[in-house]
Design a protein around this ligand. Sequence first.
Ligand code: ATP
Ligand code: MG
Length: 339
Amino acid sequence: MTQKIPATLIPGDGIGPEISEAVVRILGAIEAPFEWDSQAAGMAGIDAHGDPLPKSLLESIRKTGLALKGPLTTPVGGGFRSVNVTLRKEFELFANLRPARTLISGGRYEDIDLVLFRENLEGYYAAMEHYLPVENDPKAVAISTGYNTRAECRRIITYAFEYAVKNNRKKVTIVHKANILKLLTGLFLEEGREVAKKYEGRVEMNERIVDACAMQLVMDPYQFDVIVTTNLFGDILSDQIAGLIGGLGMAPGANIGEKAAIFEAVHGSAPDIAGKGWANPVALLMASGLMLQHIGRKDLADRLQTGIDGAFASGVRTRDLGGSAGTKEITDAIIHHLS
Ligand code: ATP
Ligand code: MG
């Protein structure tokens, strides 16, 4: 018997419990080695513990270092910080991984297979903002300060190159705006060039200015393989590459740090269809595939992918994809097509 790996499961809000249940069922079918510790957060956390980020959840992630997270709703009002941002800071999750791969052919592009790494802690999203008063207007000028540290640039870029090596990817593109933000993103580019030297002959490196990159992603996305960039650019480009494969609906993501990694679907809690049995579990399932890769079980991640590809090839579509299958039907179809 394989050793069980403790992992935190956060079913989440809205459709979260339905899609988590489906994913746990599919992972069970491939005998994924996770031992789940289920924890409430978001609205469910408020209901259970009066806190969107209960201590027991943080304790659990601190122990397991591994979490699969359904969509969470941060309650409006009540002064709660975004649960997602808090988790990122709490566990220093420096890398945001956003792969984009075509799952259903017949869309805008065929055979997209890209991976983007976004620096998750620095840049303009450090959000040190303030106003400067001018004469009688206290809010006449708005100022935002961004910062990048060499150490963090090196860490995220190295992570992207290591990922390329481990996953047989050929090229890493450093995306920057060093022609204008000469220091802030120049530093990222400099570190990129340094890190790339260590991978010479193994992984090719090239550079793109972010605006040109955005255009080229639309005109010829096939020239890209792995992209690594700073926080703000990464936020924008990661949604752009999701657009290449038909939107956020089936996009997984991961937030990775030295001590913990949290895997999630990129979509929200879809309160409009919660409880109806219609939710599409594929994004969260793909996120669990990233989690399997993260623990070194690419074999199981590949099996999941075979199941998903097989289900789609057989024509099964949930309502968000224009079909009529419910969560149970697509889950059954995926299990049926696991190799
Ligand atoms: P939140 O407030 O949690 O962000 P939202 O409604 O603003 O929720 P999403 O949850 O991302 O944003 O939903 C946008 C639309 O996409 C909704 O109509 C929702 O029903 C649909 N949707 C999102 N995820 C799924 C899914 N996994 N399966 C089916 N439909 C989905
Ligand atoms: Mg939303």
